[in-house]
Structure formats: C-alpha cells, structure tokens
Design a protein around this ligand. Structure first.
Ligand code: HDE
Length: 732
C-alpha cells in the first residue's frame, strides 16, 4: 500500500512540474524574461525580490492546500488588507488638480508675503474640491456646501487657503462643530441617509441654532448644487489678516471668482445625476483638464484697515456674516489655473493634508472663534488619517522650499537626519542655528501680529454675534424670482422629508424672522401651522436683534449677473435617427466646436444612422447610457420623414422633455422643430429663427438660416432659462 501511494505521489509531483512550466512560468530561480507590459520590468516583492509567477500561490501539489511559507502571497495580501486609510470625517469625497497661482501686482503695501510680491510670479498649487457630508463613495451632486482648498507651495513655505464655496458657516464657535456634523451625517442608528441633509437630526439641530439660518439660505439655494466645480466661487469664509513689512495689519476676506461664471444644476437633475453619473463633478474636472480647457479662478481680496474694524453693523469676526461686496469691493489680485490632473488619486488627492494654520509671513489669523478651533483640528485629524506625525513628508504635502527643524522620528519617518545634535541651541552641530533673524521684511520668517490681549477668562459668546437673521434676509432679497423659487422649493423638499412635524414648524417660525413671505411660502405644503415668529423666540438658542437699517439687497449674492458667459466646455447632445440632415448637424457641430463647446451624436443604438443623402453618421452614445442630465443643451435636427419614429421611442421623448424641464437650451430645425411642437413644448412659427419660449431656438425651414447657430450659442451662454413657464405640467 505504502509503495503504491509513494508512486502516486511521485506521479503527481511530476505532473505538477509539467503544469507549472506549462503555464508559461520560467523554471524556479530564473527571472521572467517577458516583463509585464505596464512597467517593462520584472515584478518584485516590496523587498525587491523578483518573482516569476504572479498567478499561482505556493501549494502542496496542484490541488493541495496553500502553504503558510508563501511569503510572496502573504506580503501581497497583507498590503492589500491595509490599502484603506480612514476617510476624512468631513469632506471625504473630493477631486483635486495641480496648477499655478500667478499674482497680478505687487501687494507689498498690504502684505509681505513673497508669493504676492512680484507681478507675474507663479507659485505651484494643488487644489482639492469636496462635498462635506457624504462619504468617499457618495455622489458628487448632493445638496451640500463644497470645500475649496488650495495649497500654495511658496518659496517661504506652504500656505493653505482652506475655504468653501459658500462665504459663511453654520456655527459661530468651533465647540459646536462635532454637534453640527453628527446632526448632518447619516443618523447613527441606521446610517441613513447618505450625503443628504434632508433628515430629522440635521433640521432638529439647525432649528435650535438660529445662527445657522444665514448658511441655510445658501445651502438651500442653487449654490449647493453647482453645475461644475469649475463654475463655483470659493471663499476663505473667516476674516484673516494681511501684514506688510512694516508690521501694519489689515483685515481681509478671500474670494475665488471662476472665469466661467457661477452656474448651477436643477435640483431634479442633481438627484438624477447622483444615480446616472455619481462622478459627474470629478469627471467634468478631469475631462476639462485633459482637453486643455484649464479651469481658472481669480483670487480676490476685500481689505478693511484695522482702524475700520467696528465700521459695520455686524462683527467681522463672526463667520456667519459676509462682507457685502457693495460695501467693500473685491479687488482681484491674481489667478489660479489648474492644468494637470493628479497621477495617482490616493497619493495626491487622498493624502493631501490641508490646514488653515499653514501660513506664510504676511498672512495671519483673526480671532474668529470658529477659525481658532480649526487651528487645532487639522493637524490632529491628519495624525489618525495619515498615520502619524510625518504626514508632511508625503510628496503632495512636502514644501517645495528647504525645511529644517529638530522634529525627529515618529511613524514612517522619511528623512534620514544626520549628526548628533537634534536640539537647538547647540554647539555640536557646527554651531548651526536654523532660525530666521526675526527682523521684519521679505524672507524674514513668520511672526504673529502683536496684539494686546487683557481680558477675563470667559466661556461666552460676544453679544456682537447676536444678529442671526439680517444677512439671511439680505440674501433672500438679493435673489432673482427664479432663485427665490428654487430656494423655497429646496426648503419644502428637505422639510417634507422630516418625520417630526414640530421640527418643520420650528424652521418656518425661524424663517418668519427672515421674511414673512418666504416663511409662508415654505410652510404652505408642509401640513403644519402658519409661521409664528413669536414661537421661535421661546427656544434657548434664540437671540433677537432687530434688522439693522443697512439690510439692502446685495446684487453680488445672485448668481444671475455672472452670466451670460462663455459656452466653452459646454456639452451638447444631438439627437438623431435614420434620415437625419447631416449638413445641418455638421454646421451646428462646427459652430459649437469653434466656440469651445463639444457635442455628441445620440441615438437609440450604437453604430451608425443613415443620413438623408444615403451616407452614414456615426453615433457616439445611446439615449440610455448618456441621459439628458449629463448635457447642457440639446439639438434636434431635421429627421425627414423619420421624425415620428424617433418620437415613438419613449427614451427619446423623455430625453427632450427632461432637458426642457431642466431649462436647458434646445434648438430644433426642420422636422425636429415639428417634434418639439408635438411634445407640447412650443408651436413652430414662421420659417426662420424664433424663440417662443426662453432658450428654445427654432428653424422650421429646410435649410438652416444664418442666425440659427449663433442664436443657439447665445442661449447656451446664458446657461439655463429658469424663466420658462408652464414647467409643472411637463411629464419628466
Ligand atoms: Fe473643516 N475640517 N472644520 N472647515 N474643512 C476638515 O480636516 C473642522 C470649516 C474645510 O480637501 C478636516 O483634513 C472644524 C470651515 C475643507 O482635504 C477636519 C471646523 C471651513 C476641508 C476639519 C471646521 C472648512 C475641511 C477633515 C470648525 C470653510 C477639506 C479632514 C471649527 C472655511 C480639506 C481634514 C481637504 C476638512 C475640521 C469648519 C473647510 C476634521 C473643527 C468653516 C475645505 O479637521
């Protein structure tokens, strides 16, 4: 028996050897000669040991158990097991890009910051945009504030401007931040809902914190659903200080102004995009940069001399207040261009560590109590997120200027420090001291602005922070009618989702302090009582300050004046089927391309469609894989006698109606124009160009009139036509 079994084992062993080489691996001990294509070099372990077979673990026989001694397998699996790091507690989902900042003028009169001193000087930057509440895998288009963080790699050290796309914040004191975030994140018992503020705990908290009312107005506005990360403003939010070489400080608010204007999605569109293309924003950023359409913003400053600190009816240190641009104009001092996508998402976008306390000489903090709290949080969070005190040594975080200090050791230390003296002062390391000389002036290092502080220790909110509603009102009265409609609808949407009617009531009671009409409109469909301003005053957090006289509209708060703008990078869908007028399609495509927009041919199936003259036109995408929500505008060309066939396709009908309902520009020619009429969108008028509904461009004639493409481009440049009427009846 024993002998027989020995023979079987030997046969199996021989067969295993055959199998091993039969699968193409070289005999043990030899390095693979056909290197993996991607790297053109042999695979190795983390220790540099080349190994020939990356497909089979080491087993006792071809069909036997895997051996524990397979250190190659173990290393690979162990590394994989530890690939994930904790996601950011807030701002987990983000997209980033490299670029440069270029200053326009010498800012020496206000700041000694070297990167703001020489006109035309370029400083490398890395920017990361993010949503706040959702986790890393959540959808891009959630209703939320967007993070807008920029790391400037200046010659004097890294400067981080860690802002948002909304100029104010929910709370006035950092001690409330964990409460705010616990309230907005998914509810802890069931982890629902993801990336959404429309749930009881969020509104329970904010209605008890009336200081959040101003920020709520922004978050319920279309600012919270940007069309593109490239089309949103950024704000430093807090008041900071600029300090010149003479030590003279001024207060400053930072702004980023996008050159493409500020534009938003429709709320229904944003929700659909969350399913149809959850990566909508990051894809848009990535593709724009790949296509050479580099996103660009101008950096603006609002400067207030120190002696004017108390000039305003609100406190400059209160982060729930903005500084109206009409009171202090924004001075544009430079531009940021993002021109390179990251090579590796994890290494760069995920591992980048921002911190509002990463300052350079010439920029300093104010005493904003929210900002002061942030100064602790950002280093602290990197310690657990990036695994220790050496996160500054990760390539994306390294300063691009010399760095010397006596910090030593710690997890994952990258630097190999030499010498005996890891302290200062010393005489043992050639007497070297790495200190700036402390004098004021360019290149002389960071010094804090001296400030006289003598006061009792108090756990108290300054009464100058008490006015919670005036700027919320300013925001409301500054919006266009369409923007006001969207804001009311957003409040209604969110509050309708609440299971606790008392919370809905508390919100409209608070809103009654902003504007009676706003509160009544929001309350109407919520199944609650009329807004009761008096009831709101009963809650402990409520502090009542009468609206000061200077609550007047601030035109800069509306998104409308920023358009019409450029059509560059806009995406246009051209719906086709057999019989399409290819000449008209080519003419429109050419006009779009000349203006920097791009177009896609969409049909029911991939392949080609037969054009009117018997030739063929290639289809780029199908109606189902690229729905209307991923486009900015639609063109329906003449489809000859086949027009009815397209409209027999429910997906095509839905595509057009949905784009129309989302107020997107629609152009139609020939029988395409007739199709629109059959959908009830508009009646075709005389031959030629007409705009019976805003943003609808028609040509009923067979041949495109010369004004057709320009009219379509103009409609696209206006972004959306929010003033379209009768949309409630459109079934999409
Ligand atoms: Fe943040 N915030 N935050 N924040 N924040 C973080 O830091 C925090 C606040 C902002 O793309 C965290 O590295 C506290 C205001 C952005 O990596 C954390 C308070 C503003 C980003 C943190 C605030 C911001 C963060 C999580 C109240 C607008 C993403 C990961 C005192 C001016 C940066 C991290 C990136 C990230 C704390 C309030 C903007 C936990 C305690 C106000 C853009 O440290």
């Amino acid at each position: 028996m024993a002998k027989k079994s020995d023979t079987t084992a030997k046969k199996q062993l021989a067969q295993d050897k055959v199998n091993f080489t039969a699968e193409g691996a070289p005999p043990p001990g030899k390095v693979a000669t056909t290197a993996p294509v991607a790297h053109a070099q042999p695979l190795t372990t983390n220790q540099g040991l080349a190994f020939p077979d990356n497909h089979n673990s080491l087993k006792a026989g071809g069909r036997g158990p895997t051996l524990l001694e397979d250190f190659i397998l173990r290393e690979k699996i162990t590394h994989f097991d530890h690939e994930r790091i904790p996601e950011r507690a807030v701002h987990a989902r983000g997209a980033g890009a490299h670029g440069f900042f270029e200053v326009y003028e010498d800012m020496a009169e206000l700041t000694k910051a070297g990167f703001l001193s020489t006109p035309g000087m370029q400083t490398p930057v890395f920017a990361r945009f993010s949503t706040v509440a959702g986790s890393r895998g959540s959808a891009d288009t959630a209703r939320d504030a967007r993070g807008f963080a920029v790391k400037f790699y200046t010659a004097e050290g890294n400067y981080d401007l860690v802002g948002n796309n909304i100029p104010v914040f929910f709370i006035q004191d950092a001690i409330k931040f964990p409460d705010l975030i616990h309230a907005v994140k998914p509810e802890p018992h069931n982890e629902i809902p993801q990336a959404a503020s429309a749930h009881d705990t969020f509104w329970d908290f904010v209605t008890l914190m009336p200081e959040s009312t101003h920020m709520l107005m922004w978050v319920m506005s279309d600012r919270a659903i940007p069309r593109s990360l490239r089309m949103m403003e950024g704000f430093g939010v807090h008041t900071f200080k600029l300090v010149n070489a003479a030590g003279v400080a001024s207060f400053v608010k930072f702004h980023w102004k996008p050159t493409l204007g500020v534009h938003a999605l429709a709320w229904d569109e944003a929700q659909k995009l969350a399913g149809k293309d959850a990566d909508f924003h990051r894809r848009d950023l990535w593709e724009a940069i790949e296509a050479g359409h580099f996103p660009e913003w101008e950096l603006g400053v609002q400067v207030v001399p120190e002696e004017d600190e108390f000039r305003f009816s609100f406190d400059l240190l209160d982060p729930t207040k903005l500084l109206p641009e009409e009171l202090v104009p924004v001075r544009r001092i430079g531009r940021m261009v993002l021109n390179r996508n990251p090579d590796n998402y994890f290494a760069e976008t995920e591992q980048v560590a921002f911190h509002p306390g990463h300052l350079v000489p010439g920029i300093d903090f104010s005493n904003d109590p929210l900002l002061q709290g942030r100064l602790f949080s950002y280093t602290d969070t990197q310690l657990s997120r990036l695994g220790g005190a050496n996160f500054h040594a990760l390539p994306i975080n390294q300063p691009k200027c010399p760095m010397h200090n006596f910090q030593r050791d710690g997890m994952h230390r990258q630097q190999v420090n030499t010498g005996r003296a890891a302290y200062e002062p010393n005489t043992l390391a050639a007497g070297v001291e790495f200190r700036a000389d402390g004098k004021q002036g360019p290149g002389q290092g960071f010094t804090s602005v001296p400030e006289l502080l003598e006061s009792p220790k108090l756990r108290q909110r300054s009464p100058s922070f008490d006015d919670h509603f005036s700027q919320a009102r300013m925001f409301w009265i500054s919006q266009s009618p369409a923007e006001q409609d969207h804001l009311v609808a957003a409040f209604q949407f969110e509050l309708s989702k609440l299971g606790t009617p008392a919370i809905r009531q508390r919100m409209v009671d608070n809103l009654a302090h902003v504007d009676a009409e706003l509160a009544a409109r929001v309350a109407a469909p919520l199944g609650i009582g009329a807004p009761d301003a008096q009831a709101a005053t009963q809650w402990p957090g409520f502090r009542h300050a009468p609206h000061p006289v200077d609550v007047v509209a601030s035109p800069a708060l509306s998104m409308l004046p920023t358009g019409p703008g450029s059509v560059a990078t806009r995406q246009v869908a051209i719906l086709v089927c057999n019989g399409v007028d290819a000449t008209a399609v080519a003419a429109v495509q050419q006009a779009l391309a000349a203006a920097g927009a791009s177009s896609k041919i969409i049909s029911a199936a991939l392949g080609t469609v037969e054009v009117a003259d018997g030739d063929h036109l290639a289809v780029d995408c199908t109606l189902v894989t690229t729905p209307s929500v991923v486009f900015d505008a639609v063109y329906l060309p003449c489809l000859g006698v086949h027009a009815a066939a397209l409209m027999a396709n429910g997906d095509a009908v839905h595509f057009v109606l949905e784009a129309y309902k989302h107020c997107k520009p629609i152009a139609a020619s020939g029988s395409g124009a007739g199709l629109l009429a059959s959908l009830g969108i508009t009646m075709p008028t005389d031959p030629g160009v007409a705009q019976p509904q805003p943003g609808v461009v028609l040509a009923t004639a067979g041949v495109l009139p010369p004004g057709f493409a320009p009219a379509f481009l103009q409609a696209i440049a206006q972004h959306r036509h929010w003033d379209r009427h009768g949309l409630a009846t459109v079934p999409a």
